[in-house]
Structure formats: C-alpha cells, structure tokens
Design a protein around this ligand. Structure first.
Ligand code: SAM
Ligand code: SF4
Ligand code: SF4
Length: 330
C-alpha cells in the first residue's frame, strides 16, 4: 500500500469520530450555557451518520492507514446503543478508544467492554465538588465521575487516562490533588492547556496555564520518550512513581507530527481541530457514491492538507470562524 501523506508528509493514522453533538454537561470552556441553551439547534437525527454509515467510512479510513479510532462528541454515551457501533467496529484491525465525561459509565461500561471497546479517557478537571460544578455547570458531581472511572476499571477498559483542562484562576489548585488521587493507581492524568477551539468560549491567552507553569507545579518530572509518532501528550514520570501527560497545544505546538482526522456527527471530515470547514462525506454517501468515489474524496482531502493552526496561531485572525469542539469531537 502506498502511504497516504499530506503536504507536510504527515500520514493519516488516527480518526476521531463525534457520534453526537449533544452533551449532558455545559463545561464553560466547551459548551457555555448562554450559547448551548434550550434553543440551540443541535443536529437532528436524520442528519447524523447512522452506525452503518460510520462503519463503512471507518473501513475506508482503515484501508488508508488509520490504526486508532476514538469515539467522542459531545458526550458519546448519549448516543443510543453505542455498544452496537463498537461491535461493528471491533472486527477491524484498529484500537478503539473513547473520551467521555464518565457519568454514564456505570450504566454502559460492561456492554461497551463486551462489545470490544479497548479503553476510555475520562475528563475530570477538579476533585473539589464546588470547582467541578462551576466548570461543568450541569448538576453532575465528581462522585458520579469517580463512580464512572471505577466502573470502567472493573470491566478492564484500561489503561484509563484522565483529561483535565487547566484554566487560570479556576483549577490550578487541583493539579496536585488529581495527580495524588490517580498516580498510585496506574491512571495517568493528562493536563490540557485551555485552547481556543470554536468561537463561543471567550478564550483569552491570559486564561491559559502554560505547560511550563504546570511542570513547575508538578516539579521533578522525568521526560519519557513518546510511544508512537503523533502522540498528543508529552509524557513524564513522577518522582513518587506513576505518570502524567501534558497536552501543550497552545505554548508548545505539535502540528509537525499531527496524524489526526476528525469526522463530525453529520459526516464531515476535518483535518484540523481548528478548521473552519469540513468535507461533506454524508451527502455523496447518501446519493450513492461507491467506495472508490469516497476513497478518492478522502485521499484528495488528506493530500491537500496543510493545517498547522497551533504553530501559526499568532498570525491567524481571531475572527475566523472555527468549528466547535462538541461538534467535531475532542
Ligand atoms: N464529552 C466528552 C468529554 O468531555 O470527555 C468528550 C468530548 S470533549 C469535547 C473531549 C475533550 O475535549 C475533553 O477532555 C475536554 O476537556 C476537552 N476540551 C473541550 N474544550 C476544550 C478547550 N477549550 N480546551 C482544551 N480542551 C478542551
Ligand atoms: Fe460536554 Fe465534554 Fe464539552 Fe464538557 S467537554 S461540555 S462534557 S463535550
Ligand atoms: Fe493537528 Fe491542527 Fe492541532 Fe496542529 S492545530 S496539532 S494540525 S489538530
């Protein structure tokens, strides 16, 4: 097979699939309630990819080199019978992971594991209930997320990772508590720099806690080598044992190695998290496109890819429309 490369010689290895743009939380940095309120026009059921359509596209992406699938959203566990999709995908030679806010894991983890889900990443920005409530703005609790992590662990959906977005003045004080809670259990916490995804979260550089500041807070970290090309997190060993990761999209961009494509719930292919537009695959698919037609569309989209938003952020116009993370899949 000839390797499919973009204009910067980056292969296509990872596919993130948003299975729904809906969520049961309203994290301030992702889906602020003022914008994503009861009158927000979420995608309707007929406009989102069916499981059969997702499975067909995954088959095509795998034939082009994709080795890892990550289900995301919105909150992926809000999509009905998600285990049925996983059963379909699991026959392929790919790793299947999911990013979730965790609160529905106690209900669904056993079926997901049986269906063939390999592992989960659970988002949790704070252990303090009041801080968590202020961030997630939804009535869900830290206790519910912790129960979700236990449920995932008990059915072998590991190694589990924790994603924590750090925002200045909001949750820096949670960093050490999160590390203490999870490092002894072989669960790596990954601290994510607050990013300017979408246009609704009111992002400002002053709100970013830079990776360097996080390293200072954690102190005495030993850098670990990356495990594969395109690994998103920089990994470190903690002095007390265990591991943490830093996702440094803002202050230490990693576009040079970015092998990720994203598929929105309505079947658009995006080649960057900060893109304005995606390639519609749903319409041609529903109009009868053959596999070869779809492969040609995906190939030419990837071959034309020149994205490196994080590296050129300072040169970009802040007013350029960027898709929302809840739509494109985190
Ligand atoms: N709802 C699921 C969850 O929260 O895990 C999956 C979708 S969410 C969009 C995926 C990841 O994106 C989460 O870990 C979330 O914290 C992260 N995220 C969302 N908005 C972000 C932002 N503005 N900056 C950095 N990370 C963000
Ligand atoms: Fe929902 Fe995840 Fe976005 Fe929070 S980060 S609003 S849980 S999609
Ligand atoms: Fe990849 Fe775009 Fe993020 Fe750069 S900014 S790492 S190209 S998704």
């Amino acid at each position: 097979m000839v390797e499919l490369l973009d204009t910067r010689r980056r292969p296509l290895r990872d596919l993130r699939i948003s299975v729904t743009d809906r969520c049961n939380m309203r994290c301030r940095y992702c889906m602020p309630r003022e914008v994503f309120g009861s009158d927000f026009a979420f995608l309707s059921k007929v406009d989102i990819l069916t499981y059969e359509e997702i499975d067909r596209l995954v088959g095509l992406f795998v034939s082009l080199g994709v080795e890892k699938i990550r289900l995301s959203g919105g909150e992926p566990l809000l999509r009905k019978d998600l285990h049925e999709l996983i059963t379909m995908l699991a026959i392929r030679d790919v790793e299947i992971a999911m990013t979730t806010n965790g609160v529905l894991l106690p209900r669904y983890a056993p079926a997901l594991s049986t269906a063939g889900l390999d592992r989960v990443t659970v988002s949790l920005d704070a252990l303090d209930e009041a801080t968590f409530a202020a961030i997630t703005d939804s009535g869900h609790t830290v206790a519910a997320v912790l129960a979700g992590i236990e449920a995932a662990d008990s059915v072998g959906l590991g190694p589990i990772k924790i994603n924590a977005v750090v925002k200045k003045g909001v949750n820096e004080e949670e960093i050490l508590d999160l590390v203490e809670r999870f490092s002894s259990r072989n669960i790596a916490t990954r601290f994510i720099e607050y990013m300017d995804v979408g246009t609704t979260n009111g992002w400002a550089m002053e709100d970013v806690v830079a990776a360097d500041e996080i390293r200072t807070i954690l102190s005495d970290l030993e850098r670990l080598p990356s495990q594969y090309q395109g690994e998103v997190a920089k990994r470190y060993r903690l002095p007390q044992g265990g591991e943490v990761g830093l996702i440094t999209s803002v202050t230490e961009p990693f576009c040079g190695d970015c092998t990720r494509a994203r598929l929105s719930a309505d079947g658009h292919l995006y080649t960057c998290l900060f893109a304005s537009r995606g390639l519609d695959l749903l319409t041609p698919m529903r109009e009868g496109a053959t596999d070869d037609d779809l492969l040609a569309l995906i190939e030419s989209c990837w071959m034309a890819r020149d994205d490196r938003y994080s590296e050129i952020r300072a040169e970009e116009s802040p007013s350029r429309v960027r898709v929302e993370m809840s739509y494109i899949g985190g």
